[in-house]
Design a protein around this ligand. Structure first.
Ligand code: AMP
Length: 124
């Protein structure tokens, strides 16, 4: 279960698998990186193209978003579009999903957006 008692951790205290990817302690197939965000291929893809876009600033999930995060969220959405362009899926289209908490099916407690594309997606 994803608890909400401590929603943010520093870069070094981010003890999630994505924190380890951000610190380059474990490898990832990175498709985009800037000072605020990183995008990498999902290790267990559920579409022909399945990439995760995450903020470098740790926050547990979308429920932890605060008004001050507006600029970062706008940046993440622009990164999603950049990644879609880079992967060549803009024209055909794509799906973006974020899971928040237990009922959302979230397994990694670091906010992330799933970008899925490369084929016609069903089962929504
Ligand atoms: P969620 O279930 O929404 O929390 O999504 C977490 C996603 O992270 C899943 O789709 C996993 O397949 C993916 N994932 C877990 N570990 C890694 C990893 N080391 N590299 C890339 N993707 C990962």
């Amino acid at each position: 279960m994803i608890a909400l008692n401590k929603n943010r951790h520093s870069f070094t205290e981010n003890d999630t698998i994505f924190g380890k990817i951000l610190r380059k302690e474990i490898p990832a197939d990175i498709v985009y990186e800037d000072e605020k965000a990183i995008a990498f291929h999902d290790v267990a893809p559920r579409a022909k193209i399945h990439v995760l876009i995450i903020p470098k600033q740790h926050m547990t999930c979308l429920r932890c978003m605060e008004p001050a995060d507006g600029e970062l969220m706008a940046h993440l959405l622009s990164v999603i579009n950049k990644v879609a362009d880079k992967l060549g899926v803009t024209e055909k289209g794509f799906r973006v999903v974020t899971n928040a908490g237990e009922h959302g099916g979230q397994t990694v407690p670091h906010l992330h957006f799933h970008l899925m594309a490369g084929e016609e997606l069903h089962d929504f």
